[in-house]
Design a protein around this ligand. Sequence first.
Ligand code: B12
Length: 510
Amino acid sequence: MKIQLVHPPVYINENGLTALRPSLPMGLAYIAAVLRQDGHEVGIIDALGAAPNQTVKDGDIWRIGLSTDEVVERIAPDTKVIGVTSMWSYAWPIVRELIHKLKARWPGKPIVCGGEHFTAVTELSMREAPIDFVVQGEGEETAIALCRALEIGLDLTVIPGIVYRDASGTIRANPRRDRIRNVDEIPWLAWELFDVRAYVDNRLVTGIYYERTVPILATRGCPYRTPKDVVDEIQNYVEKYQATNFPFQDLTAILKREWVVEFTKEILERGLKISWQLPAGTRSEIIDDEAARLLVESGCRSINLAPESGSERTRKHMKKMITDEKLFRAARAAVRNGLNVGIFLVLGYPTDEPIDMRATARMVRKLARVGVDDVSAGFFFPLPNTEIYRELEKQGLVTLDDAFLKLPIYVHNKFMSPERNYNPHMTARQMTRWKYWIVANFYVNNFLFHPGKVFRILWNFVRGKETSKMESFLQETRRKFTLRRKSRDAKAAESGSARSEKTVVGAGVD
Ligand code: B12
C-alpha cells in the first residue's frame, strides 16, 4: 500500500536569543523504516528538509519549510494513507491548518497522526482537526497493525495504541500498547528517504555544529539498546554517509554507568574517529573523573547538566533530584577532562521568588569559576498534560488555546512578556532583568577566571568554527546577519532594475 509520511513546517523564533532550531524527524524515520519493512511503499514529504531556507513571517515568529499548500500539492494521488508527525505542541496551529487542507484536498485518504504532541494532547487534536487516527506513544508496532488493518479492512477496535472516531463520530481510545522491550530489534531509521544533507548544511542539527551529523537514539523510555547495537548504527552511518558527528537525542542518554563504559570501549575498540554529544540534560551522578575521561577518549565533545535552578527549594518543587554536591562534582570532572559543559536553567517557575533567583545567580557564578562553558536560561512554560499544568489549570491560570500551546517557542525571547509570565512573585520586567543578571553573572565570572576562553571564542569566530554554545550563538548571529543583508541587497537590486526598466520604457515613450 502506498503511504505518504509528512514532516510538517514548523515555527521558528528568529528573535530568540538562542540558536535552538528544529532538526531531523527521528520518529518519522523510524516509522518509515518499519512500514517499508512490512512491504508498504513509503514516500516522505519533508517540509523542512525540502525548503530549509524558506521562512515566512507569521505574527511575531516565523514559519520554516514548505508552505502547507505546497505540502498538500506534493501528495501523490494514488496514496492510500497519509501519516503526519508532530513533536511539539507549539507547532499545532500550523499542523492543524495542514491537516484541514489535506482533508479538504484528499477527503478519501485516512490521516494518521503520531508524535509527542499527538500523544500529549490527543483529544484537542482530534477535536480541532479532521484526523482519522492518532497513534499514541511509541509508534512502530501500532503503525504496522493499523496500516495492515486499513489495507485489508480489519477490525480497528482491537488495535492497541490508537484513538479514532467510530461510525457515530465519537472519539474512542483503545488501551495503550506496551512499550517495545527488545529495542535492539527496532529497525534503524530510513534516513535514505530524507535529505539529511539539507539539514546539516543549514545547521538544522542539535548540539554544537560539527558538520557531518546524524542524530542517534540510545534509549526507548527505560529500555536501553545494547551499546553494540548503537555503535553498529554509528559505524553504518560513518561508512554510508561519511558521518562524523552524532548528537544523542535521548532526554537522558546516560543513566547507567556500565552502559557508558561499555559504549565508549566499543567505540575505542573499533577505532572510530567520531565526535558525539549529549545535548539534552545528563544525569550528573554518572559523571566522575573516570567516566569523563572515557567520554572524551571516545570522542564525546559536549554534555549538558540540567540543575534548572540554583535554589534547592525550587528544585524540590520541580522534583529535580540533583544536589549541589553532585552537580559540582560532575561539572569539575567534566571540565578537568576537557568536555564542553553547558548548564540548563529554567527561570520563573511559579514558586520562584527573588531569593531563589539570587541562589541561581550564586550557583552560576560558582559554576563559571569551575570552568563550565555555557549557560542556557529559558523562561518557564507549562507543558500540557503535566503535573504543574494541572495545578495551574485548577487555579484557572491556563487555557488550552493556541497562545498557550505556542508558549515554548518564546522561552528564549529577549524579554519576558506579562501574558506569558506564570510567576505570581515577579513581574515580567523583573524576570527579564533576572535573566540578564544571571547570564551576565555567569559569563563575567567565566571570562574573568578563564580569560583564555575569550581568545578561543574570538579566534573560533574569525575562522567560522564552533566548540561551545556561545560560539554557536555568535556563528548563528553572523549567519542571520548575512542572510538579512543578502535579502536586502537582492530587494534593492530588484527595485533598482525595476526602476531602470521604467526609465527605459519612459525613454521609449519620450
Ligand atoms: C531531541 C529532542 C529535542 C531536540 C530536537 C530534535 C528534533 N528532531 O527536532 C531539541 C534539543 C532541538 C529539542 C528542542 C525543544 N524541545 Co524537545 N525533545 C526532544 C526529545 C528529548 C526526543 C525527541 C525524539 O527524537 N524522540 C525519539 C523519537 C523516535 O520518538 P518520537 O518522536 O516520539 O517518535 C515516536 C512516536 O512518537 C511515534 N511517531 C512519531 N511520529 C509519528 C508519525 C506517525 C504517522 C506515526 C504513526 C507515529 C509517529 O513513533 C515514533 C517511534 O516510536 C523529546 C522527549 C521525548 N520523549 O520524545 C523532547 C520534546 C519533544 N521536546 C519538547 C519541547 C517542549 C522542546 C522545546 C519546545 C523546549 C524549549 N522551548 O526549549 C524545544 C523547541 C526547539 C525549537 N524548535 O525551537 C517536549 C514537547 C512537548 C510538547 N507536547 O510540545 C518533549 C516531549 C520533551 C518534554 N519536555 O516533555 N527537543
